[in-house]
Ligand binder design. Structure first.
Ligand code: TEU
Length: 570
């Protein structure tokens, strides 16, 4: 297996609590995943990325880990994990674990020991600071810095026992590990090595660009609402690359290249990504960027979405393709457990549901990079359609509701923003069939199944050669069969066209032309389809494909065409 096998691979993200329940408790589990491997094998994916399954109080649905080497009973046992790993490997599917080491749970033994006393040997495993000078411990404003947390409020929690504060960039139940401490780093590397020794095939690294903070810790620029912006002081920090290169030396260097590593890097620029993913630097294989999924955030942030500006989206994606074209590598994603469903967000889940789901899939999967399919995305699953704050479970959404209400933002505007952008949109159970709870559970699901599962489900789509799932399967097969998809160059076409997303891939004599109308109106793609054959389209089997070879291609609403030509190498 080549060291860069992941360049022609497709990764499928499983969010275990919403994938498949096997014991009727309403929460997905490992045995449930095992029972659905046929679906993943049919789809043709190469890797499963498992969101956290470790012991956790589940304050942030498992991204708050209390034991990195135990399986949370919600999901099963280590034996269940080993059975899943063995079965996946037997089908040629790798498993990549979610590595959440910027922070632990506040119930992790490391933190309990650190919190136990100022003189604890593990006190310096976390970020502890006295109150701000001139303030009484616990008094408003006594927080050591003015940083706002990702999940609203201050990033500092007061510990009455010691009269000090501990840092948590996310939730108070997610205290940040102090990566400046070599003991912390070595403990993380040892844990990673034990998982690799167990047979896992790599890691998705949660917010791995937040582990190095600018020292000394200091206030950020003021934000509306009284807190400050600490992000520039902890994102892509001064020792970030040093830590990742040390991790690579301590964990991966001595092993053969069968692993995939992907860093989640919110706020990273393309320049950061070139440094993270340049193979000569031995840090990570690829990163999840956020520019394209922040493109519709409004003045009030994520939960104030604006209409999509396609030209802007294309400019972002084109810039990332160009920057990582030769040095480094892109991940390619629309959906994950933190993002709303792309067919509802950038597509049209009312009048052009299937066509828009397929068009968005095609323009993503045929770019240069490794595609990630989030569970249910291959079915065209839609947003949940929640209308009341009582329906939400996600701490980010609930925190944002309270924060925006405190800013006197009208409730309906907030509820509209949550309905469009909440992470819970991605966390409703996978829709397997038309039965009650969509075949996800025989119990009561922890989050309700979306009503459209009556027609929008895997069983119906497996039987339909024109389904969204069948289209994803064809895209994945095209990547496996045609090297130009994984290894070809990338050139954006029609960059200023407000409707059409078009680009060209070239490798040797192969020329792949992708032309997609990402709008609800007719469009014309003025691209030379290079006289190629039409290898993929979303026109439906009964439609005569437009003859190849024209200088321009008419495209109906949400129509995508993919042409493949072979011409004498230029
Ligand atoms: O997400 C980090 C992150 O950047 C997201 O929280 C993002 O800010 C927001 O949710 C989407 O705009 C990672 C995990 O993917 C997320 O599920 C965790 O809640 C978070 O880290 C803390 O571990």
């Amino acid at each position: 297996m080549s060291d860069d096998w992941w360049k022609s691979a497709v990764v499928y993200q499983v969010y275990p609590r919403s994938f498949q329940d096997s014991d009727g408790d309403g929460v997905g589990d490992l045995r449930g995943i095992l029972s659905r491997l046929d679906h993943l094998e049919w789809l043709g994916v190469d890797v499963i990325w498992l969101s956290p399954i470790y012991a956790s109080p589940q304050a942030d649905n498992g991204y708050d880990i209390s034991d990195y080497e135990a399986i949370d009973p919600t999901f099963g046992t280590l034996d269940d994990f080993d059975a899943l790993l063995t079965a996946a490997h037997a089908r040629g599917i790798k498993i990549v674990m979610d590595l959440v080491v910027n922070h632990t749970s506040d119930e992790h033994p490391w933190f309990l020991e650190s919190r136990s006393s100022k003189r604890s040997p593990k006190r310096d495993w976390y970020w502890w600071r006295p109150p701000r000078e001139g303030f009484e411990p616990g008094a408003p404003g006594a927080e050591p810095t003015n940083w706002r947390a990702f999940f609203s409020g201050s990033t500092w929690a007061y510990d009455e026992e010691s009269g000090e504060y501990f840092l948590h960039l996310f939730h108070p139940k997610q205290p940040d590990l102090n990566w400046e401490n070599p003991e912390v780093r070595q403990a993380v590397y040892a844990m990673m090595n034990r998982w690799l020794d167990r047979g896992v095939d790599g890691f998705r690294m949660d917010v791995i660009n937040l582990i190095s903070k600018v020292l000394p810790l200091r206030d950020g620029e003021p934000l509306p609402g009284g807190l400050g912006n600490g992000f520039p002081l902890y994102a892509c920090g001064p020792r970030n690359h040093e830590f990742l290169q040390e991790m690579h030396r301590e964990v991966f260097a001595g092993r053969e290249g069968r692993f995939l590593t992907v860093g989640e890097t919110p706020g990273a620029t393309v320049d950061d990504a070139v440094l993270f993913t340049d193979p000569a630097r031995a840090e990570v294989d690829m990163v999840f960027q956020f520019e394209h999924v922040d493109v519709d955030h409004g003045p009030l942030g994520k939960f104030d979405p604006q209409p999509l500006d396609l030209v802007r989206l294309k400019a972002i994606l084109g810039r990332w393709q160009a920057a990582l074209g030769e040095r480094g590598w892109n991940s390619l994603y629309w959906d994950n457990h933190d993002q709303p469903r792309v067919v509802s967000r950038f597509g049209d889940d009312r009048d052009h549901w299937a066509a828009s789901a397929k068009a968005l899939a095609a323009v993503l999967h045929l770019m240069r990079g490794t595609p990630y399919v989030y569970q249910g995305e291959e079915l065209g699953m839609t947003n949940a359609g929640f209308t009341s704050i009582d329906q939400y479970r996600d701490i980010e959404s609930l925190g944002a509701y309270d924060e925006l209400r405190a800013m006197d933002v009208p409730e309906q505007r907030i509820l509209d923003g949550l309905a469009a952008m909440s992470r819970d949109n991605a966390r409703t159970p996978v829709q397997w069939d038309a039965s009650p709870h969509a075949g996800f559970t025989t119990g009561t699901p922890w989050l309700p199944v979306t009503a459209n599962h009556a027609w929008l489900n895997a069983e119906a789509q497996r039987a339909d050669p024109d389904s969204v799932a069948a289209f994803y399967r064809a895209l994945i097969a095209l990547r496996h069969d045609e090297p130009v998809v994984a290894h070809g160059t990338f050139a954006m076409l029609l960059a200023e066209d407000p409707q059409v997303f078009a680009y060209r891939r070239v490798l040797g004599d192969a020329v792949l032309t992708v032309a997609a109308n990402l709008s609800g109106q007719d469009a014309t793609a003025r691209v030379d389809a290079a006289h190629g054959s039409l290898v993929l389209h979303n026109l439906g089997a009964d439609t005569t494909p437009y003859p190849a070879g024209a200088g321009e291609v008419p495209l109906g609403p949400w129509e995508v065409r993919v042409y493949l030509a072979r011409q004498a190498a230029r």
